[in-house]
Design a protein around this ligand. Structure first.
Ligand SMILES: [Fe+2]
Length: 402
């Protein structure tokens, strides 16, 4: 049977086989089936050891070179990654190693303060003798002479606790007891005159006894020398209308202060100052205070939602400017009268002892605040450091204290 391949094709295929000994390679190169080439070799008795042709070797070399190049690239990439990681690790380790230690507060007991702070009890607006009816107040608050005495006792008690068991630092040797006026109700309006439980004379007699007991207790429990400054308020006036002339001489508050002073005659540890002007200008360390009742500060009334805060600030500022014009520096103004406890830039406005009344409810519609008095500490270098409201009410006196 005649072959479909030419003699030349057969000759080339056999020559290629002799050169390589590889049927598969020859088949791929010539396109002749592998079995056909093998048959030709068997017929012609051709046996050749299998060899790899140069062209195949060249292709394999190129392939290996390519593979080598790829591996080199991959290796470089991996090395780069390793280097970057090592750099990052080093950087992080170095950063933590070189990071400065975190700042911390360390407690250092300074001690050695040259002088202890001075405690101050600021008492005003007692309005002893006034009656606030619990039913008329819808159960909110009540007040009478008996309740007033109990609130006064709580005031002294709390101020002593702050000065003894709750005191930090060197123990004080001086206690300031400031009396800011309006210590009796005084029946200054028809309503008060008709409803006051005590007359003005009864009120000052009983208040003098109550405050005597309070000062005695301060002395006894704190061991401090007590310095008392007193000014009069508008409720103590003996005239129908407020007067500017003989302000103190016509005022029961002034009389009460003098009666209190008389009870300590001979006691060198209780010192009284009762300026007739109604303005007590005094210093604690280098800090100058002005104690005045608050009815003579050139401002009164309220102002919208600010209420009494606006006239209090305005009045304090006017007082400070007036004193400044006389070359008298005022560190803080201390006033009462407004029955509103405020700790302000210019001073302290005091709360009161009676608390919300029929007047504050019906006329002022003021937000009811529990009665309070200021207690504060004066530091030799820093001035007022601590202000504390002494709350005086008790649950049996109304639901304001529940
Ligand atoms: Fe007043």
């Amino acid at each position: 049977m005649k072959s479909k391949y030419t003699e030349k094709q057969i000759e080339n295929a056999l020559a290629l086989y002799k050169e390589t000994g590889n049927f598969t390679f020859v088949s791929k190169e010539t396109g002749i089936p592998r079995s056909t080439i093998r048959d030709w070799c068997r017929l012609k008795d051709i046996h050749v050891e299998k060899k790899i042709p140069d062209s195949e070797l060249a292709r394999k070399r190129v392939k290996l070179q390519d593979e080598n190049a790829r591996l080199i690239r991959e290796n470089r990439s991996l090395l780069r990654q390793l280097n970057e990681k090592a750099f990052l690790d080093d950087f992080i380790n170095d950063s933590f190693a070189k990071k400065p230690p975190a700042k911390t507060f360390k407690f250092k007991h300074e001690g050695g303060i040259s002088a202890p702070e001075i405690p101050v009890l600021f008492h005003s607006d007692t309005q002893y003798g006034e009656v606030i009816n619990l039913e008329d107040m819808d159960g909110l608050n009540s007040f009478d002479a008996n309740i007033c005495e109990k609130r006064m006792q709580r005031m002294f008690q709390k101020s002593i606790e702050f000065t003894t068991e709750h005191w930090a630092g060197p123990k004080p040797d001086t206690f300031f007891y400031l009396r800011g006026g309006d210590h009796i109700s005084g029946g200054i309006h028809d309503e008060l005159a008709e409803t006051d439980e005590k007359t003005s004379i009864e009120s000052i007699l009983e208040m003098a006894a109550i405050e005597k007991r309070g000062i005695d207790l301060i002395q006894q429990e704190t061991g401090c020398k007590v310095i008392v400054y007193s000014v009069a308020g508008n409720h103590g006036r003996t005239t129908r209308r407020p007067r500017t002339k003989r302000y103190s001489a016509l005022n029961y508050d002034y009389l009460l202060a003098k009666m209190l002073e008389n009870q300590f005659i001979g006691n060198k540890n209780v010192i009284f100052h009762t300026p007739q002007s109604g303005d007590a200008y005094f210093n604690i360390f280098d800090f100058w205070f002005l104690l005045t009742h608050g009815d003579r500060i050139g401002a009164r009334g309220g102002m919208g939602f600010l209420g009494p805060a606006a006239p209090i600030i305005r009045g304090m500022k006017k007082v400070i400017e007036e004193f400044s014009s006389q070359h008298r520096y005022v560190y803080k103004v201390l006033l009462g009268h407004f029955h509103t406890a405020l700790d302000l830039e210019y001073g302290l406005a005091n709360g009161c002892v009676p608390g919300p009344s029929e007047y504050s409810r019906s006329i002022m519609r003021a937000k009811p605040h529990p009665p309070s008095q200021w207690y504060f500490k004066v530091h030799p270098r820093h001035g007022i450091t601590t202000t504390s409201k002494l709350y005086l009410g008790s649950p049996e006196e109304g639901r304001l204290y529940e």
